[in-house]
Structures are given as C-alpha cells and as structure tokens.
Design a protein around this ligand. Sequence first.
Ligand SMILES: [Fe+2]
Length: 256
Amino acid sequence: MSKKNNVISLTAEKKKRDDKIKAEAQLQSQEMAVQKAIQNTPSIKEIKKEFFELSIKSLLAALKCKDDYTWGHSLRVAYFCVSVGKEMGFSTDELYELEVSALFHDLGKIGVPDAVLKKPSRLTDEEFLEMKLHPSKSFEILQDFPIFDKMAINAKYHHERFDGRGYPEGLKGEDIPLFSRIILIADTFDAMTSTRPYRKGLPFEVAFAELREFAGTQFDPMVVEKFISCMTKEQSKNESTFTLQVIRGDFKKDAA
Ligand SMILES: [Fe+2]
C-alpha cells in the first residue's frame, strides 16, 4: 500500500471511531431523556389526587362566588371538625373524609335563591322549606363524583337530629352517619359564635352551654362533650390570636 493510501485508510478508520462514539453518546442522552420523562410522568395515583384537589378547589370557588359568608363558614366548620376528629383518634384517611365532607356540607346553598339565603331577618315558613332543601342539593351536586361518594352522604345528613326530628329523612341516633353528627355540632357552633353584619357572635362559653342543653335531642351527647373539650383546648391555644379572630369571624370587624 502506498503512503497516500495508508493515510486515507487511517483517516477513514478515525472517522468510523468518531461516528461510533458520537452515536453511543446520542443513544445515552436519548436513554437519559426517556428515563427523565418516565420519572416526571405523574402516576395514576398522583393524577387522581390532583383531580381530587382541583375538584375541591373549583367547587369551593363556586360556593364563594355564591355567598362569601357560607364559604368562610364551611372553612371554619372543616377546621373544627378536623380538630375534634383528631381528639376522637380518627385515622388520616378518616380525617380527610371528614374535612372534605365538612367543606362541602353546605354546597347545596348554591341552589338556594339569594333572597332566602341572604335574608337578614327571620325566614317565612315557605322560605324555610326552600332552605331545608340544601343538604339534599349538596348530595345532588356531589353524587356523580365517585371520589366524593362518602362526602355526598355525610353532607346529605348534616341536619338530621339525634332524636329523629331533623331533615331530610328523619334519621335517628347512630343511624345518622357519625361524620354528619360531628358536622351538625361544628355547624351550629360556628353559626352561634361567628359575627354577622346584624349581630355579634356569642362567646364560646355561651355556645358550649347551648350545645349541652340540646345534647341528646338535637345533638349526639358523646360528640358534644368531645367537641367542647377540643374547643376549650383550641381556645386556650389561640386566645387573642388572628386564628381565633378568623374562627369567630371577628377579623373583618376588627380590621375596619
Ligand atoms: Fe347546613
């Protein structure tokens, strides 16, 4: 082989080697890109969780658009329910179900006319009948979401009374789901202690006495005692803090 041919052959071999190295590097970077894509792809579980949380946010946003007070009330009721749920030793999953049920308990108020929902004075019998449809409407809104099936039921029964004289079905005692019994107490407590434009919220102690007076008729007596014990602790923990003002609904008034 001539000297010239030898040089050509060496150059060709070097090019071949370089191409091979280049191709291997490309393959490696493609593999890394695929691996990264797999790592960044959310699992079905993560997608479900995100869908669940976005659904909660959008339904609460709809409630806020309808009535700011009911939205704030729902957040406070959820806060009370989770506090008492912890006191009662519920698991993380149970606390989550209770929290979301409480957030959604009054969702059906979206379907109550403003003239009834926002009426500052006493409702007529006819208006009260309209208002009493809201737990069933909460159920109607939630029932088609399989992820909210338990929450739909807990919301539906949050106005049942322990003595069977509540609505919508007149369920009695432990036939009422436990989470609905808890929500009713938190709901009533917030209605008594939060400040409205037309009246100041009651002190916690007065609200506790009211809950005790109706324990066994309106409310589950076991849950009333758990609730009062839990709220007493919350009160001493949060005395004079912003959180307590938010819970009581006083913060707007104080800021004005
Ligand atoms: Fe309600």
